[in-house]
Design a protein around this ligand. Sequence first.
Ligand code: AMP
Length: 300
Amino acid sequence: MSILVVGSVALDSIETPFGHTEKTLGGSATYFSLSARFFAPVNLVAVVGEDFPKKYTEMLVKRNVDIKGLETAAGETFSWKGRYGYDLNNAETVETRLNVFENFSPKIPTEYKRSDIVFLANIDPDLQSYVLNQVKRPRLIACDTMNFWIENKRKTLIDLLGKIDIFLLNEAEARQLVGENNLLKAGKEILKLGPKKVVIKKGEHGVLLFSRVSVFSAPAYLLESVYDPTGAGDSFAGGLIGYIRKSGRFTSDSEIRKGIVYGTVMASHAVEDFSVKKLSSISYSDVQRRYHEYRRLTRF
Ligand code: AMP
């Protein structure tokens, strides 16, 4: 069974202290798909404009991402301009152009409607709800968001949270959502908004997983060189949700924890080069090697 993902497919322009890119492949659904493909078939729903380079769609197809749900609409592709200082944990949004996303109403291909896992990648929460209403009783629904939507679509987002099994957000977004600085308290407050599990991503400091009965903390994979943190969160989600799908045990705490480690491994690959360069060129043995190395690093 496949994972259905809806989110952004973007042309990103990124500046970090180590270089810059202009209009290269990005987007929340892109990073998620390129990561989750190692664990399960992925069906992608998104929209691009007429300017979207064909080489990118061909690359996705070659990497086994099903793009029947990737619409091409008149206009320009969603674009995001971001900048990072030496503190690579904080992206500064320079410009967001919704473009074709402004009038997008996602149509879910019939064969996608029975997906048992749905990942609502970072995108307008109105679109996330719209997609969810078209899917037939998925067994697991996960969702990501960002400061832009917490600020501009707060009510829709909070309404959506009641239906979510796993909600992912980064530490600044967690603090922003519930107005609580302490992350342990913030995680517990977010659980009260409805999701069954909450994952707070802390960049190079790892992640926290909250459920009603426990908290799990996982450090990031240690890297000497990080070039572009864009997409780390979505690649993390791809590893986590992909692994849960592969294991088939959607509510097992120990499998979800393993998923957290696979997510961590996928994010570590994503940040080692600009755009999706590394993520699209690694093999499953690279993933497994890092998973085992992570076990050695954290065992005591
Ligand atoms: P992250 O994994 O959080 O680093 O996500 C990075 C990706 O999110 C980039 O490739 C952007 O294209 C995409 N993105 C940035 N802003 C938005 C937004 N407002 N809605 C949807 N996607 C976005």
